[in-house]
Ligand binder design. Structure first.
Ligand SMILES: [Zn+2]
Ligand SMILES: [Zn+2]
Length: 264
């Protein structure tokens, strides 16, 4: 089954097009199911230029309901991309508990005040020790997994987005986080948006995916579309790679319950 679980809306202020444009693109590309997972509202001092406000949240619900009604020929899921930021964990928890999401993606976009995947802060990578940055990032991923608040860990190694990577790889730095995802029974997102960035590879990389398969961690597929044309971005080759590694199933969600489909 062809599924894309990471699609944004213009409410986040850095995506283009109407929800129906994404849906039409998905139908055109042969998808049977897609999920919107826009950036969750946060307190006003947290990255307000990249997300809807809390007062806009009802509009998000309405927009997704509307495409669900208008396009019965495709399954449309209602998800959210929720930030893990320790200080605001209760705020996020409340939104997740008060709404009937099909699934919640968990993401790290900030380490303290550093927006790690924001071009505005790219110079930080030149100022810091890259191994230490990766250690801190994956330590935070582990913490996120341990909260059990999220159904899926999104873009697991997004810290590589701008192409800054430890010379000798980072599987040893990431392994604790990966094992924690397994232990806490969380899914891992295979996110193809890294192919559009300086990282030039999907999130997570091949080495981590091989390990995730060994650990029998379930996966979901997402394009992180911020533009209708990005729906299903490079899914064909990515699915081939996943099959080569040995993955046979894909996770899907309804009302935050997980089930499996064949990866085809
Ligand atoms: Zn975004
Ligand atoms: Zn994200």
């Amino acid at each position: 089954m062809l599924v894309d679980y990471h699609i944004h809306t213009k409410l986040c202020k850095h995506a283009n097009g109407e929800p129906e444009d994404y849906v039409l693109e998905a139908i055109k590309k042969g998808f049977q199911e897609i999920g919107f997972a826009d950036h969750i509202p946060m307190p006003p001092d947290y990255d307000p230029e990249n997300r809807m406000t809390i007062s806009e949240f009802p509009e998000y619900i309405y927009m997704i309901d509307d495409v669900k009604k208008n396009f019965p020929e495709i399954n449309i899921k209602f998800g959210v991309e929720a930030d893990y930021f320790p200080k605001y964990l209760d705020y996020v928890k409340k939104i997740c508990n008060e709404n009937t999401f099909d699934y919640v993606l968990g993401s790290i976009h900030f380490l303290d005040s550093w927006g790690i995947d924001n071009e505005k802060y790219i110079d930080e990578f030149k100022k810091r020790d890259i191994n230490e940055v990766y250690s801190e990032y994956f330590k935070t991923i582990k913490e996120m997994a341990e909260t059990k608040l999220f159904d899926v860990i999104a873009h697991f190694d997004v810290i590589k987005k701008f192409g800054y990577k430890p010379k000798d790889g980072y599987i040893d730095i990431a392994i604790d986080a990966l094992e924690s995802i397994k232990k806490n029974d969380i899914c891992l997102e295979v996110n193809t948006s890294g192919l559009r960035k300086e990282a030039r590879e999907i999130y997570p990389n091949n080495e981590i995916l091989i390990k995730a398969h060994e650990l029998d961690i379930p996966i979901v597929l997402g394009s992180d579309s911020h533009n209708p044309s990005e729906v299903g971005w490079h899914f064909e080759e990515t699915i081939e790679e996943l099959k080569n590694i040995g993955f046979k199933k894909l996770c899907r969600f309804s009302n935050r319950e997980r089930f499996f489909s064949l990866l085809v």
